[in-house]
Design a protein around this ligand. Structure first.
Ligand SMILES: [Zn+2]
Length: 368
């Protein structure tokens, strides 16, 4: 049976000079409102020992708009400013529930610039999206079609560190889960191979990633050599940001394909908890890139499993997934990282990662 889920579609777009100016101004106001409201919350907590609510922040925003210094806040759409206060409210709720760290100030340099528009602040007509305070629709590159007949509920516009513009459109979408199956699989995540399945299959990292990593290392070395505050340093930083963005884009595309296939083909998928996988200390660049990919892989698997009615088993207990023989259960004494294949005393010959994936599957099924 089909069910409705919220889905985000992200596209690049090319603003006109006027739109770019309007959005840059809006981003600046969003950041200012967020920081000012955060400052006020910290002050009230320190001086009066109480929390500030969303509606109190919102009332303060109305006051700021009336003062001469901040009257420019009236020049942009009020919706992204309200949304910034809602995000701050949510950030504090997560903090008080001990799910997140204390909210921090948004810096012009370090934070991604973005603005969120809800239904009243954009027009959606005949597949054209026009934001508040703009006359013309955005020139969006529809790299994949929006599903027919959907109505966007929220639109987020952003500009990344490489200077590229994106629009993220949230829609309600119908998902028809594939028929149930009894196929199960264990997944072992790695650095040189993205994932090894208990079936023996190895899923590679995206193409060109090795070359991109080399380019990234080179760009980072070049950046480190440039004088602080120089124009060349700013240029070098942009080069680093572009390589980073390309690696992230390719990896995300690849991860989407892999995770969709896994949840389509399997009823039950077992993976190791990332905290466990992280016990492997390796501070290389390849490792840092792989790390980000693993987190994304896990989050995609978990929401897609929910969409498709599949089961995701996460092994949160440490166990010697590589050193245990998946055939007889014996644990071998030592297995250095460089050893990719080994033979157990029982005679079973193992590929290190396939054996680990088989153990992850067995542990997942045993726990469930
Ligand atoms: Zn054995």
């Amino acid at each position: 049976m089909a069910h409705v889920v919220k889905r985000a579609y992200k596209y690049r777009f090319y603003p006109t000079p006027g739109q770019a100016e309007e959005l840059a101004k809006t981003f600046g106001c969003v950041r200012l409102v967020y920081n000012k409201a955060l400052e006020e919350r910290i002050r009230v907590r320190e001086e009066e020992g109480r929390s500030v609510s969303y509606s109190q922040s919102s009332a303060a925003l109305t006051e700021w708009k009336r003062t001469g210094d901040l009257a420019f806040l009236n020049e942009v759409s009020c919706v992204p400013l309200q949304q910034a206060l809602r995000h701050l409210q949510a950030a504090f709720a997560h903090f008080f529930a001990k799910r997140a760290r204390h909210p921090v100030f948004k810096s012009r340099k370090r934070s991604r610039a973005s603005a969120e528009y809800t239904r009243s602040a954009f027009r959606w007509r005949d597949g054209r999206l026009t934001l508040a305070k703009m006359d013309a629709p955005l020139d969006i590159v529809w790299s994949r079609p929006l599903p027919d007949g959907v109505e966007p509920s929220t639109v987020t516009v952003s500009r990344d560190a490489a200077g590229r513009w994106f629009v993220c459109i949230l829609v309600e979408d119908e998902i028809a889960p594939p028929p149930p199956t009894n196929v199960t699989v264990g997944v072992d995540l790695g650095i040189t191979t993205l994932a090894t399945l208990s079936t023996g299959e190895k899923i590679d990292n995206p193409r060109h990633e090795k070359a991109d990593r080399r380019r990234l290392a080179k760009a980072q070395r070049a950046l480190a050599r440039k004088a602080k505050g120089s124009a060349n340093r700013a240029k070098a930083r942009l080069v680093v940001a572009r390589v980073h963005a390309r690696i992230a884009d390719r990896r995300r595309d690849h991860l989407h394909k892999v995770t969709t296939r896994l949840v389509r083909e399997n009823q039950t998928i077992a993976v190791e908890d990332l905290k466990v996988a992280n016990m492997l200390k390796n501070r290389s660049l390849a490792r840092a890139v792989a790390d980000a990919g693993w987190r994304e892989f896990r989050s995609m698997l978990s929401y897609k499993a929910a969409w498709y009615g599949r089961e995701l088993l996460v092994i949160d207990r440490w166990f010697p997934s590589s050193k245990r023989c998946s055939a007889c259960g014996a644990v071998t004494e030592s297995l250095p990282l460089g050893v990719r294949e080994w033979v157990c005393a029982c005679g079973a010959a193992h590929d290190r990662d396939v054996n680990a994936a088989a153990n992850i599957l067995a542990a997942g099924l045993a726990e469930s």
